[in-house]
Design a protein around this ligand. Structure first.
Ligand SMILES: Cc1cc2nc3c(=O)[nH]c(=O)nc-3n(C[C@H](O)[C@H](O)[C@H](O)COP(=O)(O)OP(=O)(O)OC[C@H]3O[C@@H](n4cnc5c(N)ncnc54)[C@H](O)[C@@H]3O)c2cc1C
Length: 426
């Protein structure tokens, strides 16, 4: 049977940062990815075609909506993760190793607006009641975050009214789900910044391009369209089963969404430690949102240049709109609406998007839908992760992903680096 030092399952940011770090330490690494692209939740839709897997870490353009070389073929729009920061150290270190740090595209400083009930756009500051904030602040400022959710902690800090009007919609827009129950300790953690990188950035081809840069010419191998469907413990490590056959490894890194990790561990043969881990992971809830990307001619919408729009999380059908404006394009503009799941069909989504943008659906030159899934953690979540980590301490298995250290790309990279270092030290 084919045997490698380490198999990484999943080629999102968590899996690729882990793979790069393992390979840097001289280990033989194989990444197995179920889909035909890297990125997972980082999904840059390219009008000139998605890069599809082919050959050893290679890629060729497929599914083009505009033929390569034609106007607009260089346009991309983020359907998932969109903004990265220079505090995402472990991601940037991996990029620096590939010699690609200079390719980062700084994001222009454009703001966010709220969409009012009348459809008019409002500045976030207009929703802040300064008196309420000033009265609440002295009582909220010193409170510990662990054990409190966002509604409790920020409601205490700036007042419940300010939380409801301003912060709940803003946080829900960031998380693409209701933010109230989210653990406060998982948001706004201070981290060192890499000064050589722009504060906020994207990458040529979108953030997915950044992950592709980690793969191109890397010391690890990546196999696309290779979903893992079962695991088995062996005396030397694990056997990883795919439809193309089984592969043995000494160490295993699961970098897949929590429900996929639970499923794989639950069917791990005859291993009570891993089946009980799987039971714990099965109780981690997930949320979903429906992305609708629309592209139109640059002059069509009367909206000013914006980073995004924030909807009223108590009533609207969408959480947020993310734009391409921070990385402007000569002839096109793009907007991704993140809709709540199961509420609207495509036609009603297009009508709603057109109304918000001040255009008609006929103005949309290109349209793309995608389903996004994220963890939906609550206050007890960080302690459940700590318990899982205690059980994994001596295992040749690492769990990495956005359900273990925070949802942000940087949180995923940080977790991936930490767990890889643990495996390297075993
Ligand atoms: C709409 C949206 C907007 C966001 N915006 C931002 C943002 O602006 N900034 C930010 O920092 N974060 C943002 N995030 C969060 C961030 O993008 C994600 O949390 C992060 O990218 C998750 O990475 P991951 O590698 O842990 O998991 P994923 O991206 O989910 O990757 C998992 C990978 O595993 C693969 N896989 C699954 N099962 C198998 C299997 N059985 N075998 C092989 N492969 C498998 C999947 O195909 C996928 O490629 C956003 C997320 C969403 C959804």
């Amino acid at each position: 049977m084919e045997t490698v030092d380490c198999i990484v399952v999943g080629a999102g940011v968590s899996g690729l940062v882990a793979a790069a770090r393992m390979a840097r330490a001289g280990r033989g690494v194989l990444v197995l990815e179920a889909s035909s692209r890297v990125g997972g939740c980082i999904h840059s839709w390219r009008l000139g075609g998605e890069k599809k897997g082919g050959g050893k870490n290679g890629g060729e353009a497929k599914s083009a909506e505009i033929k390569p070389g034609m106007p607009g073929a260089d346009f991309w729009l983020e359907l998932g993760g969109h903004t990265a920061y220079n505090s995402y150290s472990q991601l940037l270190e991996a990029l620096q190793e590939r010699g690609r740090l200079d390719d980062l595209l700084p994001r222009a400083k454009v703001g966010y607006r709220f969409v009012g009930a009348d459809g008019k756009l409002q500045s976030p500051l207009k929703l802040l009641n300064f008196l309420e904030a000033a009265l609440a602040f002295p009582f909220g400022v010193g409170k510990a975050k662990p054990g409190r959710n966002l509604a409790e902690w920020f409601g205490g800090l700036l007042g419940r009214g300010n939380y409801r009007r301003l912060l709940a919609p803003a946080f829900s827009a960031v998380l693409s789900q209701s933010a109230d129950a989210f653990p406060a300790e998982w948001l706004f953690r201070r981290k060192p910044r890499m000064q050589a990188a722009p504060r906020k950035y994207s990458f040529p081809g979108g953030l997915q391009g950044l992950l592709e840069a980690l793969v191109e010419g890397a010391a690890f191998e990546l196999r696309y369209d290779t979903g893992v469907n079962a695991l088995a413990r062996t005396p030397g490590g694990f056997e990883v089963r795919t439809s193309a056959g089984a592969i043995a490894c000494r160490q295993l890194i699961l970098a897949v969404p929590v429900d996929a990790a639970a499923e794989l561990l639950s069917i791990t043969q005859d291993d009570s430690a891993l089946s009980s881990l799987a039971r714990d992971l099965q109780s981690f809830p997930m949320s979903s949102s429906e992305a609708l990307g629309v592209v139109l001619a640059a002059g069509k919408s009367p909206l000013p240049a914006l980073a995004g729009l924030i909807a009223d999380s108590s009533r609207d059908d969408f959480w947020s709109v993310v734009t391409r404006d921070p990385v402007p394009h000569d002839t096109l503009r793009g907007f991704t609406f993140h809709f709540r799941p199961g509420r609207l069909n495509l036609d009603t989504k297009l009508a709603r998007a057109a109304a918000v943008l001040g255009v008609t659906p006929a103005d949309f030159l290109h349209v793309r839908e995608a389903l996004n899934r994220l963890p939906a953690p609550s206050v007890e979540h960080p302690r459940r992760v700590a318990a899982i980590d205690a059980r994994l301490a001596l295992e040749p298995l690492a769990l990495v992903g956005n359900y273990l250290n925070g949802l942000a790309i940087g949180d995923c990279a940080e977790r991936a680096a930490r767990e890889t270092d643990r495996l390297l030290a075993l």
